[in-house]
Ligand binder design. Structure first.
Ligand SMILES: [Zn+2]
Ligand SMILES: [Zn+2]
Ligand SMILES: [Zn+2]
Length: 137
């Protein structure tokens, strides 16, 4: 199993307690998490430090923004192929309308789209809304 300390080592980041704790929460929850969700899961957290930690993780290719069509910014762990300023998270995100959770659908790739002439793509997002596996039961 992936350990928080391995992830930090791989990306050459110092092992601070907040970094380790944030990664622990991501690994445990296995879903995209917002700033306030993370705060709830952690012991005393300083908002600014948490904000900086998430920013650093995004920069270094550890987490990515899980765009899910809601007003809340959520982040999810990258699959391990992302590098500094070079994300490869080309997958769909699923948002459950019942439990409100967002998760990565790593098995669904965003298709390459042929844009009209003169347009250049910089990013594309695929959001799927519905009922997740757990809520379906
Ligand atoms: Zn990534
Ligand atoms: Zn659900
Ligand atoms: Zn994702």
């Amino acid at each position: 199993m992936v350990q928080p300390s391995n992830i930090l080592e791989k990306h050459n980041l110092r092992k601070t307690s907040i970094r380790l704790e944030v990664l622990k929460v991501f690994l445990y929850k296995q879903e995209a998490l917002s700033h306030s969700q993370l705060e709830q899961e952690m012991n005393e957290t300083d908002r600014v430090t948490l904000y900086r930690t998430l920013k650093k993780f995004e920069e270094t290719g550890i987490i990515h923004k899980a765009i899910d069509g809601t007003d809340v910014a959520r982040y999810a762990l990258c699959q391990g192929t992302c590098q500094h300023h070079n994300h490869e998270d080309n997958h769909a995100h699923f948002h459950c309308n019942k439990c409100g959770k967002t998760r990565c659908l790593d098995e669904i790739n965003i298709p390459h789209l042929q844009l009209p002439q003169g347009f250049e793509q910089e990013a594309a997002y695929l959001i799927i809304k519905g009922i997740c596996k757990k809520c379906k039961i």
